[in-house]
Design a protein around this ligand. Structure first.
Ligand code: DSN
Length: 417
């Protein structure tokens, strides 16, 4: 690269990624092939519209690559093209969720989503997000005792509030969401069920998490978390008519219209080419092993933290992440995250259910294992990292902190990115 300043920054970021332990639950390391597709000549092309119906000429190969990504997406999740469609154009997860709401719910109506403070996502109707400004969010959370979703309570709220759409899925919930129960709740009030599987899409693809497809009307997902693809998103939706009398369009057609021209302009075809590559990788038997290893790693990690005396939210995990209550040991989430970063361990501060502290300095941290599992680490290394976290947060001396840092360096060298 001729631009020395950017080249230098890329080099520094590569070194940072290689020399730190990444426990951010929403991040991963993509393959060289995914990066090659992202940096390919598809970046040069405008392609507003959909395959074979574009507003620009010169889209022969763009059409082929977008159709390839769509075919692979349906195949990966075992979906029949008769029953399901997929839109691979959303720039990322937030516009994907916004597009579904825009397609299916009249502005001003009620939507029900897990509250951000309990583990949901901004775009599930939080008041600072446009999804909470254009629609009225009816929040649901977890039970105070079990810290699991209380489906009886979700049903009670839904019946009282009569939302038009219910969102299942979260960003900081470590337990399996019961899609069958969420569908029964949606049916009881005549609402659509949207599943946002962004966090656990790779686990669904690798059969380490139940599929939402038998129950959902639409499924959104980012492609860069456990699915290990580029930063982008997809929307799966049913080829059925919505329950609006005389609706001319299918749910999938309404969603396509909402993405383009409703919300976006030209699709990023280089991202779409990279999605196609990632989907092919996720169909390989090795990906199934990877997904299973992620869950084994997270469980081993959480158990070790508990053994070392830390409170894990909901008492454990079924997925790629768990939440650690650091405040109960006298250390705020921000302080914990900063101290860990000093030692080369990267996490994010996170609210825990019923948090009494503010989101900028909440009571916990979120720990995820998808990225380190990509580096080849297994249960043994997870326990070592749990030991290091305990050492760093346990108020250790400068000498011990240096020792912990040395161990981080050794682990990073042994498992390069
Ligand atoms: N920022 C993502 C996460 O970390 O979960 C969700 O958008």
């Amino acid at each position: 690269m001729r631009d020395k300043e950017v080249r230098k920054l890329i080099g520094k970021e590569a070194k940072r990624q290689n020399d730190t332990l990444n426990l951010i639950a929403s991040e991963n390391y993509v393959s060289k092939d995914v990066r090659e597709a992202l940096g390919s000549v598809f970046v040069n092309k405008y392609a507003e519209g959909y395959p074979h119906a574009r507003y620009y000429g010169g889209n022969t190969y763009v059409d082929e690559v977008e159709e390839l990504a769509k075919r692979r997406a349906l195949k990966l999740f075992s979906l029949s093209p008769k029953a399901w469609s997929v839109n691979v154009q959303p720039y990322s997860g937030s516009p994907a969720n916004l597009a579904v709401l825009h397609a299916l719910v009249p502005v001003g109506e009620k939507i029900m989503g897990m509250s951000l403070a309990m583990g949901g996502h901004l775009t599930h109707g939080h008041k600072v997000s446009v999804t909470g400004k254009l629609w009225e969010q009816i929040p649901y959370g977890v039970d105070r005792g079990t810290e699991n979703i209380d489906y009886g309570e979700v049903m009670r709220i839904a019946k009282k509030e009569q939302p038009k759409l219910i969102i299942a899925g979260a960003t900081a919930y470590s337990r399996i969401v019961n899609f069958k129960k969420m569908k029964a709740i949606a049916d009881a009030v005549g609402a659509y069920l949207l599943v946002d599987m962004s966090h656990f899409a790779g686990l669904v693809a690798g059969k380490a998490y139940p599929s939402p497809f038998p129950y959902a009307d639409a499924v959104t997902t980012t492609t860069h978390k456990t699915l290990r693809g580029p930063r982008a998103a997809m929307i799966f939706s049913r080829n059925t008519h919505p329950p609006i009398p005389n609706s001319k369009f299918l749910i999938s057609e309404l969603i396509d219209k909402a993405v383009f021209p409703g919300l976006q302009g030209g699709p990023h075809e280089n991202q779409i080419a990279a999605i196609a590559v990632a989907l092919e990788e996720a169909m390989k038997p090795a990906f199934k092993k990877y997904a299973a290893q992620i869950v084994k790693n997270t469980r081993a990690f959480a158990e070790e933290m508990k053994r070392l005396g830390w409170r894990v939210i909901s008492g454990g995990t079924d997925t790629h992440l768990f939440l650690l209550d650091t405040a109960s040991r006298g250390i705020g989430g921000k302080e914990a995250s900063d101290a860990l970063e000093d030692a080369g361990i990267i996490v994010n501060k996170n609210t825990i259910p019923f948090d009494e502290r503010k989101p900028t300095d909440p009571s916990g941290i979120r720990i995820g294992t998808a990225a380190l599992t990509t580096r080849g680490m297994k249960e043994k290394e997870m326990k070592e990292i749990a030991f290091l976290i305990n050492a760093v947060l346990g108020g250790i001396s400068k000498r011990k902190k240096n020792e912990a840092q040395g161990k981080v360096v050794r682990l990073c060298k042994k498992f390069p990115v």
